[in-house]
Ligand binder design. Structure first.
Ligand SMILES: [Zn+2]
Length: 431
């Protein structure tokens, strides 16, 4: 065999693969969003026939306008995101930051943590304007925002502090393992990462969520009685029924069920209780219980475990290859550890490739929603679930006429028409 004709070095292949994948991402995202924008705009003039008796034209048009405004902001975010990603990688941003940190800190753990912190800080500052715009212009315009600038700032400080308190020791532990645990460090790191995620699932409802919202026990006796009866019927024990002051930040309504084993708790947003009847709240809760009955929560955790095992394995292999760094625009350090650089490059590059599995995960999630709906229909009533769903769609200004391809690619929940068609008896089917 002769030498290959082209000087295809691995570094160049990484650069090309990354650039091509990023370009494909962008083309696909723009194509999907423009489909969604066109479809929603085309159906703005009339309420779809199936909803003609339940949804007003004004609500339908508000939903269309809200969806369009979000989709247009999404286009801007995509463009900005791709530019920032290119800036960090191929255009040399991360390499530049790495050199600055190395000039100030002696190589070692502190230098690596400073690099991670500086990266996160710069990224957060770049994202601030879009986040502010989203809350105080877009959400405000449609009447959803209930936050003051002061509350927004307090939230920012709190979440930054929580991020530092949890994230910094975690990052230090992983960096330490990368340097000290040998070739199989990634397996240890994966174990620690999973442990932390499970711990967060357990402590989130009782320790973290209360830092942002007030949770008071449900006081409405009639509702309490019917919810308790429903849970008994379904074989669930909950530690408590709580109402959360969601209205402090947003007019969007929701309900959720958290925790494990005997520590499960049901949380209703105050915004949900103010809009739904007792029977409708029961139906929404039954849907949430359906997720537990079908073990969706466990399945999701197992899937997350498996995907992150693949991720850590890949990171373990890539972090030892010089071309992984050079191919993504960073010269690896010769006299300092490269572990923090490897983590950052991996976090930056991975979503570019994992974007293509979005429709698979979305499909899986929509199946779960259908199963939870079916469970709720068995335990309560399809009529109540349908009317609750419609109220929530109307209240959240969710469009009833999304583009079918956009739904297939992104939607974690099926479109309203599909859900209603399955939950209502055939004689009253809306489809
Ligand atoms: Zn659900």
């Amino acid at each position: 065999m002769t030498e290959t004709l082209l000087p295809l070095n691995p570094s160049l292949i990484v650069t090309l693969a990354f650039a091509v994948a990023l370009l494909l991402d962008l083309v696909l995202k723009f194509w999907l969003s423009s489909r969604q924008i066109r479809h929603v705009a085309q159906h703005r003039a009339n309420v779809p026939e199936a909803f003609a008796s339940t949804i007003t034209l004004a609500s339908h048009q508000k939903a269309a306008d809200y969806t369009l405004a979000k989709a247009r902001l999404g286009l801007l975010e995509m463009t900005l995101g791709a530019a920032i990603l290119l800036g960090w990688t191929l255009l040399g941003g991360l390499s530049w930051l790495n050199h600055i940190v190395l000039a100030w800190f002696e190589s070692g753990m502190a230098q690596q943590l400073v690099l991670l912190l500086a990266f996160v800080a710069i990224g957060s500052v770049i994202e601030l304007p879009v986040s502010l715009y989203q809350t105080f212009v877009l959400e405000e315009r449609f009447g959803f925002n209930k936050m003051t600038l002061k509350l927004w700032l307090i939230d920012l400080v709190k979440s930054t502090l929580i991020g530092v308190v949890i994230g910094l020791p975690m990052a230090a532990l992983i960096l330490w393992m990368m340097g000290a645990a040998g070739h199989a460090w990634w397996l240890w790191a994966w174990g620690v990462w999973m442990g932390l995620n499970l711990l967060l699932l357990v402590i989130y409802p009782t320790l973290i969520a209360p830092l942002f919202n007030k949770f008071v026990p449900l006081e409405n006796d009639a509702l309490k009685a019917s919810v308790t009866a429903l849970m008994q019927r379904c074989g669930f024990a909950a530690k408590g029924l709580f109402v959360m002051d969601g209205s402090k930040r947003t007019a969007h309504a929701n309900a959720y069920f958290t925790g494990f084993g005997a520590a499960k708790r049901v949380v209703f947003f105050d915004t949900l209780l103010s809009k739904l009847s007792t029977a409708e709240v029961d139906a929404v809760l039954a849907h949430e219980l359906g997720h537990f009955k079908h073990k969706h929560v466990i399945k999701r955790i197992v899937l997350m475990f498996a995907l992150s095992l693949v991720g850590f394995g890949l990171l373990g292999w890539l972090s030892a290859q010089p071309w992984f760094y050079t191919g993504l625009g960073v010269a690896p350090n010769l006299a300092a550890p490269n572990d923090a650089l490897a983590l950052l490059l991996f976090m930056l590059a991975l979503p570019v490739f994992s974007f293509f599995i979005t429709p698979i995960l979305a499909h899986y999630s929509r199946q779960h929603e259908f199963e939870a709906d079916a469970y709720a229909v068995q335990q309560t009533s399809g009529q109540d679930l349908a009317s609750a769903l419609l109220k929530l769609f109307e209240d959240n200004a969710s469009t009833l006429t999304p583009d079918p391809v956009f739904v297939k690619f992104y939607y974690s929940h099926p479109a309203a028409l599909e859900r209603l068609a399955r939950m209502l008896p055939a004689t009253q089917s809306v489809s």
